[in-house]
Design a protein around this ligand. Structure first.
Ligand code: FRU
Length: 449
């Protein structure tokens, strides 16, 4: 049924049925990429969380695997909440939060092990962390584990007195964890609870911490660039910013692959947003994989190289005002000139007149995804201030039936949104005159899912 859904995505990970939220346990294991996700298999609403599972050899073709974790014990009766994966010896270890609203404390940390990357066994030692941290509260979840200086580190999201924070634990064996302290916390404006923290180094002197703050004005997913003190575990932030300016982007997680790339995948929705796909028996998807780097203390996020392998047919290579689209799985790349005052980019519209506009507003200096012309789903104007010294901007968009991921100037700004056409027969129209558009290419992409 879900595959007949008009909104079904051609090349994104979505649940075979039921509900999906956060990506979990992203890891490269025995030559393959694994992605897990928060999953309720029995309905298209959130329910007691399981871990859904998919794997891939190339980051673009994904194979669904059996549910990896399901709630079994009292301390996880409300769900196996978000967490991460590491490889140790020949095993893959998942660390996750056991959640039970009726229990005190309501959140604990647990570990499960696999040697075939498919079947998981929960450790007899669970929960491996059974009390909240001294500087936190019973809201204490989403462990992200990594190895540094021959010791396992775990960052967990927490909160106390309205201050969101990331706290650190250390262990030699993934079972016995010692509380190190607070890595970094909100300055009072950065949210009252930090969900899904993640820490990684991009070079000798560039460390990055990302998190999804709850109740932070004007923000959903943040990064901080700085340095972690190895002794104390304290993270000193030099710069911070928004990871993605779209509405449908939350709880991203990263991992490193065998080519030493730092790759990010996120939930491509947001809590409390309208999801018309729910009536088709499913809900939620993950973003395409994106490679991270840092330039001038800012996070840069590009589609992974492999995305190019999805191209089947180049529909457009020079300026054309209107293009009829057969299947809305497209990559659009445009170089627009900022010499004239204009809205530059493209519009997608259906035969019944609904539309979504994507691009750059040169007068307001805003990157926009304008869904006010849609008839269902969210109908809002998503915008982010963007200015450049150049007199041109490169827009690259991955469109997949009900999603659009827009990368500006090679990943300096990214905007991810879902949209839901009621009508059929989609037309892509270029916004801007021929003289405004220096280059335009449109490729049809292969639907792999
Ligand atoms: C983030 C989150 C996590 C939690 C999970 C539950 O979207 O709220 O903090 O572990 O979802 O599904």
């Amino acid at each position: 049924k879900v595959k007949q859904s008009k909104f079904w995505l051609g090349y994104h990970i979505a649940p075979p049925a039921g509900w999906l939220n956060d990506p979990n346990g992203l890891v490269f294991y025995k030559g393959e990429y694994h992605a897990f996700y928060q999953h309720y298999p029995y309905a298209s609403q959130w329910g007691p969380m399981h871990w859904g599972h998919a794997k891939s050899k190339d980051l673009i073709h994904w194979e669904h695997l059996p549910v990896a974790l399901a709630p079994e014990y009292d301390y996880e009766a409300g769900g196996c909440f978000s967490g991460s994966a590491v490889v140790s010896g020949d095993g893959m270890y998942l660390t996750y939060t056991g959640h039970n609203e009726q229990r005190d404390p309501k959140e604990v940390q647990c570990v499960a092990k696999s040697t075939d990357g498919i079947h998981f066994e929960k450790l007899a030692e669970n929960p491996v962390i059974s009390v909240p941290p001294a500087h936190g509260s019973p809201d204490f979840r989403d462990p992200k584990v990594w190895m540094q200086n021959d010791i396992w580190n775990m960052v967990v999201g927490s909160s106390k007195d309205g201050i969101g924070k990331a706290v650190l634990y250390r262990s030699k064996d993934l079972k016995d964890w010692e509380y190190t302290g607070v890595m970094v916390e909100s300055d009072g404006t950065q949210g009252d609870m930090w969900e899904c923290p993640d820490f990684f180094s991009l070079s000798e002197d560039v460390d990055v911490l990302i998190f999804s703050p709850m109740n932070m004005e004007g923000s959903k997913t943040r990064y901080m660039i700085g340095k972690m003190d190895q002794e104390t575990g304290k993270f000193e932030a030099k710069n911070s910013g928004e990871i993605d300016y779209g509405i449908d982007f939350y709880a991203p997680q990263t991992f490193q692959d065998d080519q030493n790339r730092r790759i990010l995948i996120s939930w491509m929705n947001m809590w409390k947003k309208d999801m018309p796909e729910q009536t088709d028996g499913w809900a939620g998807a993950l973003t395409i994989p994106r490679e991270l780097s840092v330039e001038n203390e800012k996070l840069i996020m590009k589609p992974v190289e492999e995305m190019k392998n999805l191209r089947t047919n180049q529909l457009v290579s020079t300026y054309e005002k209107e293009i009829k689209v057969a299947d809305l799985c497209l990559e659009v790349e445009m170089v627009v000139s900022l010499d004239n005052s204009n809205k530059l980019g493209f519009t997608l519209s259906s035969e019944i007149g609904e539309s979504i506009i994507v691009g750059y507003d040169t007068i307001e200096k805003q990157i926009i995804t304008d869904r006010r012309g849609m008839l269902q789903g969210e109908q809002d104007l998503c915008q982010a201030h963007y200015q450049t010294e150049n007199n041109e901007i490169t827009l690259k968009a991955y469109i997949d039936r009900s999603s659009i991921e827009l990368f500006v100037d090679g990943g300096k700004l990214v905007m991810t949104n879902r949209f839901y056409f009621k009508g059929d027969n989609i037309t892509l129209s270029i916004e801007g005159e021929k003289s405004d558009i220096q280059e335009v290419s449109v490729w049809e992409l292969k639907a792999t899912m």
